[in-house]
Write a protein that binds this ligand. Structure first.
Ligand code: C2O
Ligand code: CU
Ligand code: CU
Length: 412
């Protein structure tokens, strides 16, 4: 079958041209999640382009600056289009290829299917106002627990992308040598030092991880990728990795960090600080739809404003940016989560560094999506070096579509 959507492989520093042919009977756009592209190529309806009409096509052009694991998805009727499968992985190969024996990509998501294999309704208002509506069938590359081969005794680069619209993944590896696995990159960007995969790796919707696994030396030996579930329930097996062929004899000790991406470092001492309060709406009211939207309710807000701002306090200018940033300046955004739910907060167009949290130690990695825990405050920092209007939203799509969204403007 033509599924899942193809893994696009681009190369760092090489211009890409991607034509999207819309064969749906509704409008769409495609967004390149995590890539720092020119604003006009960002794929956000009305903000950066007109939606692509049914039967029309649109060509995106950009040159990826950063290597790593990214993904693409529509930004129109997003909940339904992603829920039905419109999401694919996008890999930007390093300008100089690192030394791995295999490179596999796994798109992790659930489908919301009933016992008859048909789609269930994609959202429930009650859940949208809380943690979001969960899928029912766990898949990797649209298959249930697929078995993938990798060279025995070889170093496997395993790229994971959580494209689920709602669910937080707590991932673990099990099997021979699982404790030797390393995290080499998160959300596209290499870690300065590879890190052992000890505690479960938490990835929220939209997030990615690159693991390096030393495959067992013996052909037929296998590792499993597990998603932990709530206490009491059986963990889900997402995929099996089976060693095959003669032992390549590689050791995890030979692993070197991936080359860093060219992301500008913010000047923290001179950075301007802005607060963003992630919360409920005052009303929690039904509404008459959003821009290119799909859920007729308003439950969430940023700084008490609801995208697209059809509620007070700013009815005069509902489409105003949440903040105007000066090009080239450094910013610290303080993300204040006033809610008892977790939010993966995503910024388009620019890569930020996680600075600190009032609750836990952060890795301090570069990312495009900050997973903010319930009632947590997280500071992030970046240089506003990409001019344009950039969406800033929760990647639990039901939260995004019921108000937890807005945009920041980087003045040219
Ligand atoms: Cu994954 Cu607004 O995007
Ligand atoms: Cu994005
Ligand atoms: Cu959220």
């Amino acid at each position: 079958p033509d599924a899942p959507p193809p893994v696009l492989r681009l190369r760092q520093g090489q211009p890409a041209r991607i034509t999207v042919e819309n064969r749906l009977d509704e409008v769409t756009t495609v967004h390149w999640h995590g890539l720092r592209v020119p604003n006009a190529q960002d794929g956000v309806p009305y903000l950066t382009q007109f939606p692509i009409g049914a039967g029309e096509s649109y060509t995106y052009e950009f040159t990826p600056q950063d290597a790593g694991t990214y993904w693409y998805h529509p930004h129109c009727n997003t909940l339904e289009q992603i829920s039905r499968g419109m999401a694919g992985m996008l890999i930007v190969e390093e300008a100089e290829a690192p030394d791995f024996d295999a490179d596999l990509a796994l798109q992790l998501r659930d489908f919301r299917l009933g016992g008859d294999g048909q789609f269930l309704e994609f959202w429930k208002a009650r859940a949208a106002a809380r943690e979001g509506t969960l899928g029912t069938v766990a898949t990797a590359n649209w298959q249930v627990a697929p078995r993938l081969a990798a060279p025995a005794g070889g170093l496997l680069r395993l790229r994971l992308a959580v494209t689920d619209v709602t669910r937080l993944f707590r991932l673990r590896l099990r099997g021979p040598g699982a404790d030797q696995a390393r995290i080499v990159a998160l959300d596209g960007h290499p870690l300065a030092q590879p890190e052992a995969l000890e505690a479960a790796l938490h990835l929220g919707p939209g997030q990615r991880a690159d693991l390096v696994i030393a495959m067992p030396a013996e052909a037929g030996a296998r590792l499993t990728l597990i998603r932990e579930t709530a206490a009491g329930a059986e963990d889900a097996v997402l995929a099996e990795l089976v060693a095959e062929g003669p032992d390549l004899g590689r050791r995890i000790g030979s692993l070197v960090p991936l080359p860093p991406n060219p992301v500008a470092g913010p000047e923290l001492a001179r950075a301007e600080k802005l607060d963003f309060v992630l919360g409920w709406t005052p009303e929690g009211a039904p509404s008459n739809g959003s821009v290119c939207g799909d859920i007729p309710y308003r439950f969430w807000s940023i700084n008490r404003r609801v995208w697209p701002g059809d509620l007070p306090p700013d009815p005069a200018d509902p489409l105003a940016p949440l903040a105007e940033l000066k090009r080239g300046r450094s910013y610290v955004f303080r993300l204040v989560n006033e809610s008892p739910n977790r939010h993966p907060i995503h910024l388009h167009g620019m890569t930020f560094r996680l600075l600190n949290s009032n609750k836990r130690a952060l890795r301090g990695n570069l990312t495009d999506t900050a997973l903010v825990e319930a009632n947590e405050t997280v500071d992030i920092a970046f240089v506003a070096d990409n001019p344009g209007d950039w969406v800033f939203h929760c990647h639990v799509i039901e939260h995004q579509k019921t108000g937890l969204a807005g945009f920041v403007r980087v003045l040219g």
